[in-house]
Write a protein of this length. Structure first.
Length: 116
């Protein structure tokens, strides 16, 4: 089982990035996908989630209207489009695939730095 995040990097405030999360070794289309982030010195927080078929999404208040979560089950990939980035969005972003209570997979994370 693997989840691999990509797309992180350094971006100026107000800029955009699109993170990708590629899954393999499990039936990706059956799993809800969550994006978490952890900023230095802070606890990991849930940023956005999308249901297995993509018909339900949720966002934490601080990213509503700026971030969009999506998925392409044919490609076993989920995305997090991040617009209007702020310095406080700086964090390591993690992809999580979850099915019930038993199946819970994590990627290693990708670093997003928002700075001028």
């Amino acid at each position: 089982v693997q989840l691999v995040e990509s797309g992180g990097g350094l971006v100026q405030p107000g800029g955009s990035l699109r993170l990708s999360c590629a899954g393999s070794g499990f039936t990706f289309r059956r799993y809800d996908i969550n994006w978490y982030r952890q900023a230095p010195g802070k606890e990991r927080e849930l940023v956005a989630r999308i249901s297995s078929v993509g018909d339900n999404t949720n966002y934490t208040d601080s990213v509503k209207g700026r971030f969009t979560i999506s998925r392409d089950n044919a490609k076993n990939t989920a995305y997090l489009q991040m617009n209007s980035l702020k310095p406080e969005d700086t964090a390591v972003y993690y992809c999580n695939a979850k099915l019930g209570l038993r199946y819970d997979y994590w990627g290693k994370g990708t670093l997003v730095t928002v700075s001028s």
